[in-house]
Every structure is written in structure tokens, then in C-alpha cells.
Design a protein. Sequence first.
Length: 232
Amino acid sequence: MNNKYQQEGATLLVFCKQPRLNQGKQRIAATLGAETAFNLASALLNCALEDATKWRGPVVLSPAGPEEVEWAQGLLTGAEVLAQPQGSLGQRIMAVDQQLRDQGHKKIIIIGTDAPILNERIFSCALDALKTQDVTFSAAEDGGVTLMGSNSHWPEIADLPWSTDRLGEALYHVCIDAKRSVAYAPPSYDIDYEKDLHKLIVDLAGDVRPSRQALLRLVQSITHNDTIKVTS
């Protein structure tokens, strides 16, 4: 990523969770097993950290709770670590986002660790959108979002239908109702089910980022599909 990110002064906030066996990625674990789900969660986390490493601006890692702070502090040199409080995902986003704004952060882009398809083009479009609009999203194929950015604190999003196919629409309407202008970066998708892995093989075929290459090799081994190789 180029110096525009530093000039923009945007903060990247990464919501993350320590990969653990038999925890997380349960929809993938249901069809591929707990060990595979753990390996995928670890590889996906590395992809998000890869983006954070290249970010030209402040980076904040927000682990799932205080018990994961020490783990998160060892992930990325120079990143601030701010634990999520208890509550719904919406409550946690609002709380961490507001805490950062109280510290002086103004333009904040939030991502998770489930969307390795996020790339410089999507980030750049999101930042460009925030030059003229209040809020920006990258819409996910399942009806959610994989990126959400704002120039000010979020409106009341605690009780939205998080983790459903109605989330994206609900976020849009709550922002419009709060008189926030909304723009969209290019769409993307999360890795939630086994079927998502087959699409990922195609979409990461030409992606030369090292953590994406490692993820692609893992997915190829899981799906026994090595017909598409990364080329440099």
C-alpha cells in the first residue's frame, strides 16, 4: 500500500480471535473437522495481519476479550491492542470504535479475519469514499459486510441482525436514518462454509501476497484441488 494511507490518517481496526481447536469456524468444522477449521482460522488470521502490516497508518488489534490481550500483543509490532468488551458484535464494535475516537482516531476502517479476498483496491476505494461520504462498506455475498468504515461514531447498531443475510441492508438503513451518507467499496465475501473454499481457489490464483499463497496451498490440500497454481 502506498503513502496515501499515511496521508489519509486512517486507522485500521482488526477484530480478531485467537484460533483454538474446537472453537470458531464451526460451520467449516462440521463438514471438514476441527483440525482443518483450526488450520484455516490460523491462515485467515495471517492474511488479515498481512494487510495490517502493510497499512500506512495506525493499526489497532481488538481481540475477543481481555484474556487474549497478551496473545494479540505478540502478533504485530507497533500495533495498539484494545480488547473487546462483552456484548453483541454490534455493541462491541460501537464500544471499541468509540474508545478509539475518544483517543483521537477519526477515520476508522474495521475488518475481521474471515475475508482474505480483501485487497489494496478495496481498501483504496473505501478510503476514497470516506473523502466525501460519512460511511463506507464492502458488501459480502452472504448479505453481510466484510469492511465497514466511518468518519464519526457509529449510530445505534447494537441490535442489528448480526451474522445474518439481513445485516448489510440493516446497516445501510440505520446509517441513512441517522443522516449518514453511505458509499460502497467493491464487494467481497467471507469464508464461512466449505463451499467458500472452492471459490477462494479461483480468486486467489493470481494473488502473490505470501499469506494468501500459504492460504491457497492449504485450501488446495483440503479440497484436493491443485489445478490452479499461484504464479509470480
